[in-house]
Every structure is written in C-alpha cells, then in structure tokens.
Write a protein that binds this ligand. Structure first.
Ligand code: URA
Ligand code: CA
Length: 434
C-alpha cells in the first residue's frame, strides 16, 4: 500500500477500506507516513468527507493507536459524557455524583483546560486535598466501591489523534465534521466508555456556531457510535450565553453543590436532567428519558445526590466540609459589581467574551504554563430575557487584584441590553436514535 494512492483515492471521492484507514493511522503514528502526506489526506477529507463506515474505522484506528483503559473490572455499563466545550459548564461536577447516586457507575477521565476556565480537573483542584491522580487499579476499585471516580488523563491515550489534531490546527482542516467526530469518539472509546452521551454546544461560546452544523456533528457521532457498538445519544444545547451563574473554578464547585441541593440555576439543572437521564438510559438503568429524569429529581430531593458528592470527594482524599459551608472554598479578596449601562432587557451575552474576562482574572489558562487561581471568576446575575435597570449589578467579579476596570469594560461590552428580549432556548434538539 502506498500513501499517495490512498490520498488520490480519497481525493477522487472514493471510500477507503478498514485496512486502508488502519494503514494510514498506524503509519502516521509510527512516523512512517510524514506530516506532508497526512496534511494532504486531511485536506482531501475536508473537501470530500467520509462515509459513516469510514469515520467508524478512523475512530477505532485512533482509539487503538495507544493505551486503552480497560474498565471491564467495573460492573455494569460504563457511560461517559462528553461536552464539546463551553463557558461555565459545570455539568460534570453535578452529573458524576448525581448519576452515581442512581447506582450507575461513573468512571470519568477528564482533562485540564486551555482557555476560559479550567477543565473539570482544574475545577476539582479547587477542593482542598482532592486527588485525581489515581492508578488504574485504584480508579477501578474506587468506582466499584463508590460508583464514581474522576481522574486526570494519564498514559498515552490516542497518540494518533493528538498528532493529527495538531496537524489539522496548522493546515486549516480542523472544521471537518468526520474528523472532529472521530477525534472526540476515539478519545472516549480509548478511555473505556461502553456508551456515550454527547452535549454538543452551539453558539458564540462553542466550536459549532449554527444549529445545523451542531446537528450534523451530533448525528455523525451518534452514527459512528452505532457502527462501533457504543450506544450514543446526543443533546444540542445553547452556548450563546454562559451556562448557569458561575464562571470560575471554586465558584463552579459551589454552584454544583447548590444544584445537587436542588437550588441551582435553572438552565444548568435542566441540562443536567437531559444529559443525566440519557446516561441512565444508555446504562440500561431506566427505559425512558422521562423515567430517568424522575429518578434524578428524586435523588436530588432525597439528599442522596448531595450525600454521594460528599462520599465521592472524601473517597478521593478531599476535604468535604465545603458541602455544608461553601465559604470554606477558596475565596477571592475582592468582590466588585458590574453595573448595567442602560435600562432594558438582556438580549445577548457573547459567551466567549465572558469566558475570556474570567481568564483575565486568572480563572483559566492562556498558555499551558499558566497557573489557575481557583478563587477567582464571575457570578452572572442577569441572563438573556431578564429585565435590568441602569446601575443594576449584572455580574459580580471575584478577583484577587483590586483594579479590574479592564474586566468591567469587557463585560459591559459583552452584553447587549435591548428594549425587549426573549429568554433563549436551552435545548435545540435531542438525538436519541441513529
Ligand atoms: N475537539 C476534539 O477533541 N477534536 C476535534 O477535532 C475538535 C474538537
Ligand atoms: Ca451570545
């Protein structure tokens, strides 16, 4: 087999076989296929696309390109949740204990974040003593004992994806739906998922800017999941404004506690029900999404979900006293209000800009080397559709520097206040069948 023939085969619009796709991915991983040929191939895929079957082969070839986590020692169906990323997304912090409280195993590998706020691992680092570096053995034991564990990514997972993503980044081939879909799915499968629930975000704070694009990506991933025998369900949700109230690490931990008490923001709570119910369906705990939502809401009402959060934090070495007293979480030195500049209704937040404002305070990383300050961030008090008066505090800034004029100006520029506005929909669509 010669790489150049496979490039021209793809370029001419033909589908590649399983053997051909493995040849490409294995060769690229071991270095026998050079970057320039792989770039040409990625560009051919960018223009020609891939069949679902090809995308399935690509997913598995990348999943198998490095270490794979074997979770078979954990009883039950292991469901993973993946979000395509957004601003102030606290869902994993809520869902891990919530779904575990329904007796469904949650074995989650999470990454650190680059950008706006931290990744899930960074958020857990706001909890004193929380240890996310577990050996695979301890990871499995913890899930068997407590039904939940969240660990940082370790080992050499999907090196083919890592290399290809970096190449796509500099060759204008990131925005290809089969390449994005197989990139995401390969990582979930290598991390041991039997079933996958996807939260595909759409809006200015997300990768996909339109509902149509998001839907195509979601459908592609659901079909890939089917091809590779991983039940996959998807929700398309709004990232035109930050999710929930909190943007920042300790603030989001606090928000997760409130949500598990049943006192969290409506949008975050609703999204957790939509995603959590699908996790329960995928794990075959319930037979319908409605039944799943009822079970989740019962676990919150009874306090079992919050109790599970406490158990989970303690089992990973964390000090769980913040669950009863959130003032024990890292606290910022200054709280500074951001006043609305006019009367009216909030008609838009540019979610990206809000995320960047939080990053300026130290809640996220601009480069890999940056240190995150767990205490800092934003609490948003006015969301799309809400009425405000000039001078109202629409956001509280939690900062460890006294002068935040730059952040205030950025937030005032990120919000649009109009004569009228409707509340934005949270869920655009759900895809529960391939
Ligand atoms: N996220 C990924 O993991 N991969 C992509 O290709 C795009 C977004
Ligand atoms: Ca917006």
């Amino acid at each position: 087999m010669r790489m150049v023939d496979l490039i021209t085969k793809k370029q001419a619009g033909n589908a590649l076989t399983e053997q051909e796709i493995y040849f490409i991915i294995n060769g690229f991983t071991d270095g026998s296929i050079p970057d320039y040929q792989m770039s040409a191939f990625a560009m051919a895929v960018y223009f020609v696309g891939m069949t679902e079957e090809e995308a399935g082969f690509l997913t598995m070839a990348m999943a198998e390109s490095g270490d794979q986590i074997d979770l078979s020692a954990i009883e039950g169906i292991k469901v993973d949740k993946h979000s395509t990323g957004g601003v102030g997304d606290t869902t994993t912090l809520v869902l891990a204990p919530l779904v575990a409280s329904c007796d469904v195993p949650v074995a989650k590998m999470s990454g650190r974040g680059l950008g706006h706020t931290g990744g899930t691992v960074d958020k857990f680092e706001a909890i004193k003593g929380f240890k996310y570096e577990l050996s695979t053995e301890d990871f499995i034991d913890t899930v068997n004992k407590h039904k939940v564990a969240v660990v940082g990514q370790s080992g050499n997972l999907t090196p083919a994806d890592k290399k290809l993503y970096a190449l796509r980044d500099v060759t204008g081939t990131v925005q290809s739906i089969p390449l994005i879909a197989s990139s995401i799915m390969s990582k979930k499968i290598a991390a041991g998922a039997d079933a996958i629930v996807l939260d595909v975000k759409v809006g200015d704070g997300a990768f996909m800017k339109t509902v149509e694009e998001a839907e195509e990506l979601a459908r592609t991933m659901v079909r890939i999941g089917n091809h590779v025998n991983r039940k996959t369900l998807a929700v398309i949700s709004n990232m035109n404004q930050p999710l929930g109230w909190a943007v920042g690490n300790a603030l989001e931990v606090q928000e997760a506690v409130e949500t598990l008490r049943g006192e969290g923001p409506e949008d975050l709570t609703q999204l957790c029900y939509e995603l959590g119910a699908r996790m329960l369906v995928a794990a075959e705990k319930v037979t319908s999404i409605e039944e799943g939502k009822e079970l989740l809401s019962a676990k919150i009402a009874s306090g079992e979900a919050l109790e599970k959060f406490r158990e989970f934090v303690v089992s990973q070495g964390g000090d769980a006293s913040f669950v009863d007293d959130t003032s024990l979480l890292p606290q910022a030195q200054y709280q500074i209000p951001v006043p609305a500049l006019t009367n009216g209704f909030i008609s838009d937040w540019v979610a990206n800009e809000v995320g960047e404002a939080a990053m300026w305070l130290g809640a996220g990383r601009a480069t890999k080397e940056d240190e995150i300050d767990p205490a800092v961030g934003l609490m948003i008090h006015a969301k799309v559709g809400d009425a405000v008066k000039q001078g109202d505090n629409i956001v509280t800034i939690y900062s460890n520097r006294e002068n935040v004029d730059d952040v205030i100006a950025k937030l005032q520029a990120a919000v649009t206040i109009s004569d009228s506005a409707e509340a934005a929909p949270l869920i655009y669509e759900t895809i529960d069948q391939a």
